[in-house]
Design a protein around this ligand. Structure first.
Ligand code: GRF
Length: 214
């Protein structure tokens, strides 16, 4: 296995770009964490693939620059990939956090920031890939659900796993209650993990990933 270590430049806050499609509760948790200079990061831009993402307005209300790059506005996925890459590149990010972004990132985007794009997903991968993690966990009758932070590769929710957190599935859970329990744990994991990446770095090999601080 070839292990590679990645670290971010010190001496200044690391520049984060966050990709969203929805309400942006993960984005808000990250933003709150960055208020502490010791966290070591700032959010320099937020991108959505849809105008309706509630997190966009929230980011604007905080004075964070935003962009919307809708797949439907482009002739094909390749053109969308290029436009998304250019929009994010304009903010010169050190690390990109996909937090509820409901599109598969393209090859150009991933080549621009190798091993520097992370995604938070609301299941214990490799179970329940795709956009219905909590629903699929309920349907499968599992006793533990959770969230996974991983380094994005070209597949759907297949990249090397950085961190996972489990929550119980209660017998009387419905989609709403389980989704909310997962989101609470997911937000805490995301804030903790991005902080570790920024402050200490991370490593990746062909299969696995982890924090340099562990
Ligand atoms: C997260 O639970 C993420 O895992 C899933 O969508 C949710 C996004 O929530 N794909 P938010 O927009 O950060 O509130």
């Amino acid at each position: 296995m070839t292990k590679r270590v990645l670290t971010l430049p010190g001496g200044r806050p690391s520049r984060l770009v966050v990709l969203i499609s929805g309400e942006g509760s993960n984005l808000q948790a990250l933003y709150k964490a960055t208020a502490n200079p010791a966290y070591g990061a700032e959010i320099v831009g937020v991108v959505s693939d849809r105008e309706t993402a509630g997190g966009l307005q929230w980011a604007q209300s905080q004075g964070v620059p935003t962009a919307t790059v809708c797949l439907g506005d482009f002739p094909d996925r390749e053109a969308w990939d290029s436009a998304l890459t250019a929009a994010v590149q304009s903010w010169e990010p050190d690390l990109i956090v996909s937090a509820g972004f409901l599109k598969i990132l393209g090859p150009k985007f991933l080549a621009q920031w190798p091993s520097r794009v992370v995604n938070t997903h609301n299941s214990l991968l490799p179970s329940f890939v795709g956009i219905h993690g909590p629903r699929d966990a309920l349907r499968a009758g599992v006793k533990l659900a959770g969230a996974t932070l991983f380094i994005v590769d070209p597949g759907m929710d297949t990249g090397p796993i950085l961190a996972q957190v489990a929550v119980p599935v209660h017998d009387d859970d419905n989609l709403e209650s389980l989704t909310e329990r997962i989101k609470v744990a997911e937000r805490a994991q995301l804030v903790d993990s991005v902080g570790r990446m920024v402050q200490h770095g991370w490593w990746i090999d062909e299969v696995r990933a982890g924090f340099e601080s562990d």
